[in-house]
Design a protein around this ligand. Structure first.
Ligand SMILES: [Zn+2]
Length: 83
């Protein structure tokens, strides 16, 4: 049986966890050039398209959206104290 690890290598992202944004104008990958903090929970990122025939620059917003997990989620709610 051939080693399957070679086939999934290109999908393995642990070496470079950077997700590149795609150019909204031509669809090519865009390089993140810099970023600017707008607030405690919002960052504006500046990107440049890697397609030399496009080379558009654009910005994206990276903002807090929602909490994914809760550390103190109550397993069961106690009955209402009706005393
Ligand atoms: Zn482009």
């Amino acid at each position: 049986m051939p080693c399957l690890n070679h086939n999934i290598g290109e999908f393995n992202s642990h070496r470079g966890a950077i997700i590149m944004f795609r150019c909204p104008f031509c669809g090519a990958m865009a390089r993140t050039r810099t970023s600017r903090r707008l607030s405690d929970h919002t960052i504006r990122q500046y990107h440049q398209c890697q397609n030399l025939e496009c080379s558009e620059s654009f910005t994206t917003l990276n903002a807090f959206e929602r909490r994914v997990s809760s550390r103190d989620a109550p397993a069961t709610l106690p009955p209402a104290a009706g005393d």
